[in-house]
Design a protein around this ligand. Structure first.
Ligand code: UD1
Length: 343
């Protein structure tokens, strides 16, 4: 059986990817320090797939912990690297925490892979590397823009590190996936986006407001150049994103990647404004949202959505779920978490 190490595998995207990998016949080993997720994800993965992945609680930025994990497994040939800190705001306040965690972890993983003779890495990157692109939809050809936060910078630097590594060592192959805005949860509501503390992203804020944990949603800015003045993003279902990881890994395992380092955009290929998301959520769930318009959030770009034709052509990937599916599954997950109405 093909074995793969998932760093950050109990997190939002990691847990959904674990499910799709197991369903595709991979043996999944998860390493996570549980700083932004809980062990309950393993129950969810097991309830969906019937398989409980091996789990190791360890910190990817501590070399000795990663070294013992690799030794225990006789090395890994494939890694999907999700483990990273991801708060834009916190990264501005504590840049070294972000550089230390996100960059050091990646370097250690590459070193350990190299020590074992090489292998495959699928890397979690972000559309944040495009900043505010000049041309929309944005393709992989678009140049990097100065990134507004240390978090965003860690993604750009990580891509650079991976590209340089591949150039110097032909035994390492990489696919970097640039995510736009993944939302939703598994249709079973067994796994989803667990929020520890205050939500950072739009969708958890919406579902927590809808369920009554938050008084109201604040919409950051209605003076953008968009049909209703609110900012535009490319929201898509996390299960579709998870499936893209399986395709990316298959491509590496089957040695189908053309160059050693490839990058793909992953999104729905369509932009929605914040207000459109609010309205669509209200329509699909029947729940009225309390919201107010406030000023712009520092560092936000005005509009960005993906050209996904490369992922379509090379990975054979495209989204299968609709925005409404994604919104409804996010809501069902929130209700399940709060014990209201069950699944
Ligand atoms: C951004 C990055 C993304 C990165 C993520 C990490 C861009 C385009 N996207 O996500 O790559 O992985 O940060 O943190 O750089 N909003 C509200 N009220 C809220 C929350 C959000 O109005 O309470 C609005 C935001 O202003 C934005 C939209 O909703 O217009 C989406 O915001 P969010 O979910 O935070 O994601 P991004 O900022 O797009």
């Amino acid at each position: 059986m093909k074995k793969v190490l998932l760093t950050g595998g109990t997190g939002f995207i990691g847990s959904h990817t674990a499910v799709e990998l197991i369903n595709s016949g991979y043996q999944v080993v998860i390493v996570d320090n549980l700083s932004n997720s809980t062990i309950d994800s393993l129950d969810g993965i097991e309830n969906i797939t019937g398989v409980r992945p091996e789990f190791v609680k360890a910190d990817c930025s501590v070399f000795s912990e990663m070294e013992s994990l690799f030794e225990k497994h006789g090395g890994f040939n494939s890694i999907i690297h999700f483990a990273a800190l991801k708060s834009v705001v916190e990264s501005v306040e504590k840049p070294l925490k972000y550089y230390n965690n996100n960059i050091i972890s990646l370097i250690y993983l590459i070193q350990l892979l190299q020590k074992g003779g090489g292998g495959n890495i699928v890397f979690s990157s972000s559309c944040t590397v495009y900043g505010q692109p000049e041309k929309l939809p944005v393709s992989e050809e678009s140049p990097y823009q100065p990134v507004a936060s240390p978090y965003g910078n860690t993604k750009k630097i990580s891509e650079d590190i991976l590209r340089d590594t591949v150039n110097s060592n032909k035994s390492i192959k990489v696919v970097a996936l640039r995510y736009f805005n993944p939302i939703g949860a598994h249709p079973s509501a067994e796994i989803g986006e667990l929020i520890i503390g205050k939500p950072l992203y739009l969708l958890p804020y919406i579902t927590q407001t809808a369920i009554g944990i938050r008084d109201k949603l604040q919409i950051f800015g209605n003076d953008y150049d968009s049909p209703d003045g609110t900012a535009i993003r490319d929201y898509f279902h996390v299960v579709d994103l998870a499936k893209a990881h399986v395709l990316a890994l298959d491509r590496l395992v089957e040695k189908k990647n053309k160059s050693g380092f490839e990058v793909f955009n992953l999104g729905a290929g369509k932009g929605s404004t914040v207000l459109e998301i609010v309205k669509a959520f209200e329509k699909v769930t029947g729940v009225k949202l309390n919201y107010e318009i406030v000023g712009r959030r520092a560092g936000d770009v005005e509009q960005v959505w993906a050209d996904t034709s490369l992922a379509q052509k090379e990975l054979g990937w495209q989204t299968e779920s609709t925005l409404e599916d994604a919104l409804l599954t996010a809501w069902n997950w929130e209700k399940r978490l709060r014990g209201k109405e069950g699944k």
